[in-house]
Ligand binder design. Structure first.
Ligand code: ADP
Ligand code: ADP
Length: 227
């Protein structure tokens, strides 16, 4: 379970995130939706402490994230961004192995995990694993980004507009993949999107942000029936 309590991030006069409190239940997808500039990305980056809050707390399964060393946070919280952020000079397999290698996993365990994840995401480990990011299609690169984020079995997966760069057909496939993987692994997910239909299609819960504030939070049915 993720508990966000009275979290704020101010940049001078801009309240990027303004006193947000939100609980994300274990094993669920929460879709964080809102217009551009409403504070979604900032909230996500506060959760994994890529940036530090002005005030407020985040707890992951009962532990305040301030008490968790950064290397542990990188293992416990996976992060996927729109342009997938793959390291261009590393092969797919090496990219997926990033966090296990940082953690010093034995080579055999790392290789087995990389193959398992690539297969789970319908990427053939033998042909795709040795490729470099520029040799992948957009959809493949996006799935490699997800595989990398899942490599060390994170408790929480943060996704910031992960499908934004995909064409509509690939986006539909990627959304179906995410639903299937999330159901299979039971990973808790916070997904940022500006697309309400994507939020409704994927989220067990929807959190609506406006001007840094959490405006609404509920099931898709509750959000749809709100005035
Ligand atoms: P969203 O992800 O919903 O598009 P952001 O979280 O990126 O919104 O931004 C929220 C607000 O905070 C915007 O007004 C943005 O300009 C501002 N902001 C975000 N990051 C910074 C920063 N590093 N410095 C100054 N202002 C920022
Ligand atoms: P930047 O160069 O933008 O400051 P960082 O140094 O924070 O980015 O991160 C370097 C790379 O690690 C990026 O490609 C980013 O996508 C990835 N990364 C950042 N945070 C995490 C995380 N919590 N889990 C997995 N990968 C991450």
């Amino acid at each position: 379970m993720i508990e966000i309590r009275n979290l704020s991030k101010h940049y001078g006069p801009t309240r990027a995130v303004d006193d947000v409190s939100l609980v994300v239940e274990e094993g669920t997808i929460t879709a964080l939706v809102g217009t551009s500039g409403s504070g979604k990305s900032t909230l996500l980056r506060l959760v994994n402490r890529l940036i530090e809050p002005t005030s407020g707390q985040v707890a992951i399964n009962g532990t305040d994230t301030r008490q968790v060393p950064t290397a542990d946070l990188r293992r416990r919280i996976g992060y996927v961004i729109q342009n997938h952020g793959l390291f261009p000079h590393w092969t797919v397999a090496r990219n997926v192995a990033t966090v296990p290698r940082l953690l010093g996993w034995p080579k055999a365990k790392t290789e087995a995990r990389v193959a398992e994840l690539l297969s789970l995401l319908s990427l053939d480990p033998d042909t795709i694993g040795p490729r470099f990011p520029h040799q992948l299609s957009g959809g493949q690169a996006q799935r490699v980004g997800v595989a990398r984020a899942l490599a060390a079995r994170p408790e929480l997966l943060l996704m910031d507009e992960p499908f934004g760069a995909l064409d509509p057909v690939l986006r539909g496939k990627a959304q179906a993949d995410l639903r299937q993987i999330q159901a299979a692994l039971g990973t808790t997910v916070i997904l940022v999107t500006h697309d309400m239909s994507e939020a409704i299609g994927l989220g067990h819960r929807i959190a609506v942000m406006r001007a840094g504030r959490l405006e609404q939070h509920g099931t898709p049915a509750e959000i749809l029936s709100a005035p």
